[in-house]
Ligand binder design. Structure first.
Ligand code: FAD
Length: 466
């Protein structure tokens, strides 16, 4: 029997929410214990954001090499490239290891005690940790309990994960490249991975129940993605539901007219959403207020039980790493006695599709729905010099601002590399910038960011380059 550990803060889950909370708490001198059953870094570093972006980059490089081999307008001539998938996966794993190792070092530096094992809640102040090594249980007593248990991929009852049926995790570590991949779900995870596989030369078919891709995004923003999917040869079945799977015929699908057909496939990636991880660790015993499937929290990230906090995916949408991190920092600082709330003006959302899609703050429709009298203006990359030199003139940057005082309330963009513009978008909204502030800022030439300035100028009725 191990001796009980007593601590001020106990964090369950070492993903971006939990590890950031623990590091910040450690920095602030709060005795902190972090429990992680699997690998530090959680979904994000191990099987989410980072490995997916690594795979996407490798796929883009491969596609460029193939384009050069096919005869490039840039004058580059190259031979037909080949792909060593095992090496690609090793390279991706190397990045993951560097980052998760870094998180471990940062936790040590902050003085956080990391326990490897599965945490089970006994009550709001007591947790038992059972190690993967089969050693005895360790009881931890705490003053504050932080739930950062994340989320897990939703399976389809008609095709549970395993064998040929992939979750996003399987798709990030393929043993071989399938010849034909069917992707179920055209949300950002399904499309990011589907596009990457297409670029690697796989025949990709996407099945989506809604009538369009990225259905939770503004349609104007998703149009360039739809066009690019079609151009790249991805086959789309929109407005279709999946009935089941058999190895011989493939994925059985029903369309809106109730016609049924089968899509042959060697692998099926099911990417139909993620659900907060709220079961299997005694959470029920706390009887916390829930909001649907996720733990309900207030603007301080407090649950309905005093001393129990929750952050990240377990608290529902938007299930994004940067939200989890910001909440984690906020909770640690409150436990240290700081007066903090989690009240961002905007949480950016990025789809690393081709082209990329970015939403920060309100779209014109959302602004209208909120009763705001707004103006919006877009600037197309077809009029941006840098975009031409990058051979990616599709897409645009759009700004949404209040009509009366020109306060910026939202930015949207679609195009190559627009994910990097989110920093500017977020800052302008958080700092209360007006259209004039952005319009009068000198943006470096030639950069994609000039489209940000031009969108603001256009909203003011005085764009120069269009
Ligand atoms: P998680 O990262 O899920 O971490 C939770 C951790 O808790 C896990 O490590 C788990 O092992 C541990 N745990 C759970 N229960 C217990 C227990 N009882 N005992 C011990 N340990 C436990 N987000 C972005 O912002 N940008 C992206 O580009 C992006 N891409 C993604 C791509 C994919 C393929 C996927 C799947 C997700 C992606 N996400 C992205 C989402 C992002 O990964 C999550 O929003 C983020 O990881 C949530 O962080 P978290 O700390 O809430 O939980």
């Amino acid at each position: 029997e191990k001796k009980d550990i007593t601590t001020k803060l106990l964090v369950i889950g070492g993903g971006p929410g939990g590890y950031v909370a623990a590091i910040r708490a450690g920095q602030l001198g709060i005795p902190t214990v972090l429990v992680e059953a699997s690998s530090l870094g959680g979904t994000c570093l191990n099987i989410g954001c980072i490995p997916s972006k690594a795979l996407i980059h490798a796929a883009e490089e491969f596609e460029h090499a193939r384009q050069h081999a096919a005869g490039s307008p840039l004058g580059i001539r190259a031979g037909e490239p080949t792909l060593d998938v095992a090496q690609t996966v090793r390279w991706k794993d190397g990045i993951v290891q560097r980052l998760t190792g870094g998180v471990g070092a940062l936790l040590r530096k902050a003085g956080v005690q990391v326990l490897k094992g599965w945490a089970t809640i006994e009550d709001g102040k007591t947790v038992t940790v059972r190690g993967a090594d089969g050693q005895g249980a360790q009881r931890v007593r705490c003053e504050h309990l932080l739930l950062a248990t994340g989320s897990e991929a939703v399976a389809l009852p008609s095709m549970p994960f395993g064998g040929a049926i992939w979750s996003s995790t399987d798709a990030l570590s393929p043993d071989v490249l399938p010849r034909r991949l069917v992707v179920v779900g055209a949300g950002y995870i399904g499309l990011e991975l589907g596009i990457a596989y297409r670029k690697l030369g796989v025949e990709v078919t996407v099945v989506e129940a809604a009538e369009r891709v990225l259905p939770s995004y503004d349609e104007e923003l998703t149009q360039p993605v739809l066009e690019s999917l079609r151009k790249s040869g991805v086959v789309l079945h929109l407005g279709c539901s999946v009935l089941g799977w058999d190895e011989g015929q493939g994925v059985h699908v029903r369309n809106a007219r109730a016609d049924e057909f089968a899509l042959p496939a060697d692998r099926v990636l099911v990417a139909v959403g993620r659900r907060p991880r709220t079961a299997g660790f005694g959470l029920e015993s706390l009887q916390l207020d829930m909001a649907g499937r996720h733990v309900a929290i207030d603007a301080h990230c407090r649950t309905s039980m005093r001393g129990v906090w929750a952050i990240g995916d377990v608290t529902g949408e938007p299930m994004l790493a940067h939200r989890a991190m910001a909440q984690g920092e906020c909770v640690a600082e409150q436990i240290a006695g700081h007066n903090r709330r989690f009240e961002p003006m905007a949480i950016p959302a990025v789809c690393f599709t081709d082209p990329e899609v970015v939403v920060v703050g309100r779209t014109p429709a959302e602004a209208r729905a909120a009763g705001l009298d707004c103006i919006d203006a877009a600037f197309p990359f077809s009029a941006n010099g840098r975009a031409m030199t990058l051979e990616s003139t599709g897409g645009f940057v759009r700004v949404v601002a209040r009509k009366d005082n020109h306060l910026i309330v939202g930015w949207q963009a679609v195009g190559r590399g627009v994910s990097e513009l989110t920093a500017a978008f977020g800052q302008s909204i958080e700092m209360g910038a007006r259209l004039e502030d952005v319009a009068h800022t000198i943006h470096a030439h030639p950069t994609l960011g000039e489209a940000v300035q031009e969108a603001a100028l256009r909203a003011l009725g005085r764009a120069v380059h269009i």
